[in-house]
Design a protein around this ligand. Structure first.
Ligand SMILES: [Fe+2]
Length: 175
């Protein structure tokens, strides 16, 4: 992690920062399995995936983070991975946000991007809220405990669970 990234993470709470660093390290441990051209961006995105919590604008952290990083000149791939991380589209539906807000971050024809997205979701879902190593089951149970039934995140994670598990399965299958 470089200084600029550490500076961005300094706006997060201690636990979110520890989680972010854990997710970044998790991605570093598997990045060599990704096509060479996308490795560095996947690692950057993993460290910065939750940076939107520290720089709120619309109040939806995946898009707040992607927009912030775009304004700072981070690559389209980094911004894409952050915008779409861990079923962000499902949570945006639950929040009633306009799905067109994702459009500027959609990318096609980037070698290894689907795999990098899967690795991002896996890294997030196998890292606890303080950076611990978690199984996916532990992580999903932990999120559902932390957010009340009926809350946006609880509803979104419940709705997204099959997609989350499929992404993790694909990622694990290529490790
Ligand atoms: Fe997140």
């Amino acid at each position: 992690m470089n200084e600029a990234m550490a500076e961005l993470l300094s706006a997060l709470t201690d636990s979110r920062r520890a989680h972010s660093i854990g997710v970044g390290q998790r991605m570093e441990s598997v990045a060599k399995l990704l096509p060479a051209g996308i490795r560095a961006d996947a690692v950057t995105a993993a460290y910065l995936h939750d940076v939107g919590y520290g720089h709120p604008d619309i109040g939806f952290h995946p898009l707040d983070g992607a927009r912030l990083l775009q304004s700072l000149g981070y690559s389209q791939v980094v911004c894409h991975i952050v915008a779409f991380h861990t079923a962000a589209e499902v949570e945006s539906e639950v929040r009633g946000l306009d799905p067109r807000m994702f459009d500027e971050f959609r990318l096609t024809d980037v070698v290894g991007l689907d795999m990098a997205d899967d690795f991002m979701w896996w890294a997030d879902l196998s890292t606890g809220p303080n950076g611990e190593e978690f199984s996916v089951d532990e992580r999903l149970a932990e999120i559902l405990r932390r957010y009340e039934p009926g809350s946006v995140v609880h509803t979104a994670i419940t709705r997204a669970e099959p997609r989350l598990r499929m992404a993790v399965q694909r990622a694990s299958g290529s490790m």
